[in-house]
Ligand binder design. Sequence first.
Ligand SMILES: Nc1ncnc2c1ncn2[C@@H]1O[C@H](COP(=O)(O)OP(=O)(O)OP(=O)(O)O)[C@@H](O)[C@H]1O
Ligand SMILES: [Mg+2]
Length: 462
Amino acid sequence: MSTDNTDKEAVIWTRLGGTPRRMGRLYVTDKECRFTYDDHYLEQDLPGLGLVYAPKYYGKTTISRPRTEKFDLLPPLQSLVPPRQQDNFQRNLALKYLATQDKKGLVGFDADWEILKISGHGGIGHIDLFENDEIAEGWYHNIPDHRLSEVTDELSFSLKEFMTWFEDDIEVLIQTVGPTPSVGGAIPKLLLSIPASGWDGRIGLPTRQKTPGVTDVVLKFEQKNRYPGIIELETLALDIHRQAGFAVPRYWACNFKGMPALAVERFDRDQDDNPLYTETLYSILASGAPLNNNFDYQYDLISEAIDKSAVKIVSDPVTAKEHLFKRLLLALLTGNGDLHLENLSIYDRHAGDNKRSFTPVYDPTPMRAYSQHDLLSVMPFGNYGELVDKQETPVKLAQAVARFASHAGIPDERHHELAQEMLASSQDYNDRVSELKTVPDENKTRLIKRVTEVREKLVSHY
Ligand SMILES: Nc1ncnc2c1ncn2[C@@H]1O[C@H](COP(=O)(O)OP(=O)(O)OP(=O)(O)O)[C@@H](O)[C@H]1O
Ligand SMILES: [Mg+2]
């Protein structure tokens, strides 16, 4: 298919507040992405596309943003596009589905756009993109009866093989789950619903309206060849975070057709299955600054943005900065170097009460277990490893932690207290890692070694 040079048009809708409403119109030209809020939408006093591109700042004025290599679209909309990596599960799923609709050989932004039209609605968050209003109305008003099916009986394909080869059973998967709403990230996952009481082996499609008795989940799968034991590791990390007092969604380690999987309850839906405003820090920060990737920042700058940004990122900055400090510390102490801007999100805890905070914890996986991700921290903090203030030696780990706390305005005594809390809640971590059954010894050994090094440096200081 040749590259299409016509301006592209779509409409943005949302179910924020419980009723499907059109938010506005989207145009993408060869140079710009343009979005205009509808008058009716502006009367509602609801959140808009995102914190920066909010109705209160733009009103009826068209938002226009030049297209760049990383952002063809405004960042909150770009978040709906599965990443362009060749092996991205969500992307491949959508492309295979498009091929069945005679849309073959799509590349670049033309592919993104076609993917958005089929899977840019019903995904994570509150934004739904459709090709036009008629399709939107059809989608909101013709909702299939919700049905839970046994994974084992109803799905006759082997998803396990599918994960390895992708090709064989794709048609069946598509017919079974339909074009799935998109989720970003590197790990294969599907959005599904399960019984509200928890995983029992039955799944259904994600809800689109109040559906008593079920709850929405993100189901993440283990790719055994790439990240052996990752499900057990993520489960342990969620556990440790819960132990440390963080809000953590309910989760169920499970087995999906012989594959280890983890179902995590969605925090971007309320008790009536309506969406809540949610946005990753990447989307928020890239809306205001020219960022090129999800680690193109510093933790110190996040806390500065929480305090000083013209846009109010959270309702309670002191709590949010402490949250960030604790998240970073526990990431260091559990061997998760991957706490990037897409693994931190902001949301409205309840629709309409304007209480905006960090979301519950997701994706705290200790990626240092895997050699390709064995990094202390994907973003700098507290000038760690740098020469500052005319000192002769680079800033050490504990010093960097203290400098970050100080940059975040956390009083000394409090930062010591928080550090001790994080050390205490991760005390038995290494023992628990050793007990894991599906993580190869080599990966356990690496992780334990890294965590021990970090712990020793921090324990001697706190
Ligand atoms: N429980 C949840 N509720 C709502 N949204 C979620 C939940 N878990 C994850 N998400 C969203 O889905 C995205 C991808 O999920 P997650 O980070 O867990 O996957 P990942 O593939 O491991 O990502 P990465 O590329 O960082 O490894 C997140 O950035 C977040 O926006
Ligand atoms: Mg992630």
